[in-house]
Design a protein around this ligand. Structure first.
Ligand SMILES: NC(=O)c1ccc[n+]([C@@H]2O[C@H](COP(=O)([O-])OP(=O)(O)OC[C@H]3O[C@@H](n4cnc5c(N)ncnc54)[C@H](O)[C@@H]3O)[C@@H](O)[C@H]2O)c1
Ligand SMILES: [Zn+2]
Length: 654
């Protein structure tokens, strides 16, 4: 008994620590798999001993969140769900009753209240009793109706989620790798709980209703399904569900288990809810769970395999991420051979060694993870050099987490933005060489400087072997490189990434120096700053770039692999009579002035304020309520994004 009690204390402490990190700090110190296993172990011991210690996670729900958002107590506490991984336990729960089986969405639970047909407030689940008020943020969710036909008081619950594809896109755009989110649930929680709802708006948060708490004037004929249908009629997206009984459960499970592997939205199981509202309520609740619903978690398919190597993959901030490469196994219908190990601490916790027998699974049936290491040979050597640049690498500790960093400020991986600009459409225009592909090549040590990009054929065999690549993609890459290597001097100068020198400025410079690179390189400060449109600051940037020995050596090597052509006759004056107003920041140009220069070179005009004479307002934040946007909307003037503007300039590439 004493041993059991002390084990229970230890488990409760571990679980509470994990919950605190999970709910309060959007941090995961253990996987959900591990959390659930420890939780089950604790629940089992509590059952055996008949004792539940105060503060046990089996009787408390979640944690309070700590930050500046206002708090509010829920009208009805929000509970957890009792869960099982066993289909037969679920079947027993369902029995002969009509049951709604829906996705258990893995995001952040939100309660919405409407009055007089308008969204009155939105509150997060928080610790189940008290949540955070995020009304302004909910207003910018992708799919929430701000106005509904029903005029009474409506309270409903649902899950706010971010899709995997949005997660990937948004995460990649967060420059500081350490600030990136680990999974869509973290990102969603971070996005919904922003103090500034512009950030929320940019994150494509979607809301799916799963429970109608109250709408007193409506008769739902005692059916949750009727509630769902009614909510759809009010303009809500409702979580996808199937109507089942014990005897039709298998059919529905076949559907869900196939669909989940292709879903773009994160889901960590299924929820079964009795359709009969009154019956469900008559069952009451335990301290932690309602008795009318039950969650099913997928039993993760776990496979044994062998660790072949750890690939250390450097990134923009210098962080070098360990990725486990193992003998391929079939998991949830696909072949898997890699899993991120996240950081050095986890490498150590797992006691990894080459050749170890490891057990792998897909978290939420999607993301490959190592569940455990059966042989623990713990012989892995953490590298002391960076695979991208050969520079020194050190293990640094922050927040109790150890991670490997490249110490070389000139590391190619840290210059990914420069390489991405180099390959981009207005620069060298290398089709198919995306940032993520560049990241992979740099991590493999194929690219140290610009010239290396045009010599990727040296690494043919290794590239063909790379995951996601193959003979065909390799051939395509070589074709685009050969196309791109035939280029103009202005593109080359733009692609060097000299501060402040965008394509328009590069063109001005080339025109002045008659497309002669050696004149550009030898020009004095005076001569450069005398060029119309190039001020002293830009002139200084150009001058110092071309007077740096290393830059010149790299440029010589780059010119050795390029074939220069004369500039095509200047583009036709497509914008004669067209007046633009530009507002907000721009991303494809160094600044708004540069965009202006391009418009003017094509015959157009740029003015400062929106009037009846304006043809287009260019603003990347087309949803913003700035005075210019408002004015444009009033006057019916189209607001276009920078991308749309570029399509006007290069319609053939749209
Ligand atoms: N990794 C860690 O360190 C760690 C720590 C704590 C918790 N966790 C994870 O969190 C889980 C517990 O989370 P919980 O108690 O917040 O929630 P839960 O797993 O008990 O799920 C219940 C909640 O799911 C939501 N939900 C989503 N879709 C739904 C639908 N269609 N119908 C009804 N409800 C739906 C509702 O908000 C409901 O309250 C654990 O099992 C574990 O996996 C992990
Ligand atoms: Zn490096």
């Amino acid at each position: 008994m004493e041993a059991a009690l002390s084990k229970m204390k230890e488990l409760a402490q571990k679980l509470n620590q994990a919950s605190k990190a999970y709910y309060q700090e959007d941090r995961e110190i253990m996987s959900n798999l591990e959390y659930d296993a420890l939780y089950d172990q604790l629940a089992e011991l509590e059952k055996e001993t008949g004792t539940v210690l105060a503060g046990s996670p089996t009787i408390s729900v979640g944690y309070e969140s700590v930050d500046a958002l206002p708090k509010e107590t829920h009208e009805r506490p929000m509970l957890s769900l009792d869960k099982t991984k066993d289909r037969e336990v679920l079947r027993e729960f369902i029995g002969p009753r009509k049951t709604l089986l829906s996705w258990k969405l893995d995001g952040l639970t939100i309660v919405l209240t409407y009055e007089n047909g308008r969204l009155l407030k939105a509150v997060t689940r928080g610790n189940g009793t008290v949540g955070e008020v995020i009304t302004n943020n909910a207003r910018v969710f992708k799919n929430i109706p701000l106005q509904i036909p029903y005029q009474g008081r409506l309270v409903l619950r649902g899950e706010a989620i971010i899709t995997y594809s949005d997660f990937q896109r948004i995460n990649e755009s967060i420059e500081d790798v350490d600030a990136r989110y680990k999974n869509p649930r973290n990102l969603c929680s971070g996005s919904v709980r922003q103090l500034n709802n512009q950030v929320t708006a940019s994150r494509n948060v979607r809301f799916y209703a799963f429970s109608l708490v109250s709408a007193p004037e409506v008769d739902f004929d005692n059916s949750h399904e009727n509630q769902f249908q009614w909510l759809k009629g009010q303009g809500f997206d409702v979580v996808e569900y199937r109507v089942v009984t014990a005897s039709t459960l298998d059919q529905a499970m076949d559907y869900f288990s196939t669909a989940i592997t292709k879903n773009d939205f994160p889901s960590d199981g299924l929820v079964a809810l009795y359709d009969d509202i009154a019956y469900g309520e008559s069952l009451g609740r335990t301290a932690k769970f309602p008795r009318n619903a039950f969650a099913f978690k997928w039993a993760d398919e776990i496979r044994e395999t062998h660790l072949l190597k750890i690939q250390w993959s450097p990134s923009r901030t210098g962080l070098i991420n360990p990725v486990a490469v193992f003998e391929p196994v079939e998991l949830e219908g696909t072949t898997v051979s890699r899993a991120s190990v996240h950081n050095v601490s986890i490498v150590k916790q797992l006691k990894l060694g080459i050749g170890d027998t490891i057990r792998v699974y897909k978290a939420n049936m999607i993301i490959p993870q190592i569940a455990e290491n059966l042989t623990c040979s713990d012989n892995l050597v953490i590298p002391d050099t960076c695979p991208a640049c050969g520079g020194e690498a050190h293990v640094c500790k922050e927040n109790d987490v150890e991670a490997l960093y490249c110490m070389n400020p000139d590391c190619a991986a840290k210059k990914i933005r420069g390489f991405t600009l180099f390959a981009s459409r207005d620069a060298m225009n290398i089709d198919g060489l995306s940032q993520s592909t560049l990241e992979k090549f740099i991590a493999m040590g194929f690219i140290h400087e610009f010239a290396d990009i045009f010599q990727l054929d040296r690494h043919k065999d290794a590239i063909i072997e790379m995951e996601g690549f193959g003979e065909k993609s390799y051939e395509n890459l070589i074709l685009s490189l050969d196309k791109a290597r035939n280029t103009t001097l202005s593109r080359v100068i733009y692609s060097l990434g000299i501060p402040g020198i965008g394509l328009a400025n590069a063109k001005v410079i080339c025109r002045h120096f008659k497309d002669d690179l050696s004149s550009v390189r030898q020009a004095s400060m005076e001569e450069i700053s005398a060029i119309d449109g190039i001020g002293p600051v830009l002139a200084g940037n150009i001058y110092s770039y071309f007077h740096d020995k290393e830059n010149n050596q790299k440029l010589d090597r780059l010119m050795g692999v390029l074939i220069l052509h004369a500039e095509a006759a200047s583009q036709t004056q497509i914008f004669v009579g067209v007046t633009f107003v530009i507002t907000g920041s721009v991303t494809h140009f160094a600044n708004r002035n540069e965009m202006k220069a391009l418009i003017e070179s094509l015959g157009g005009k740029v003015t400062g304020s929106v009037t009846g004479k304006t043809t287009y307002l260019i603003n990347n934040d087309t949803m913003s309520n700035s005075s210019k946007n408002k004015k444009a909307k009033e006057l019916g003037i189209p607001i276009i994004s920078e991308e749309e503007f570029l399509k006007l300039v290069h319609p053939e590439e749209a």
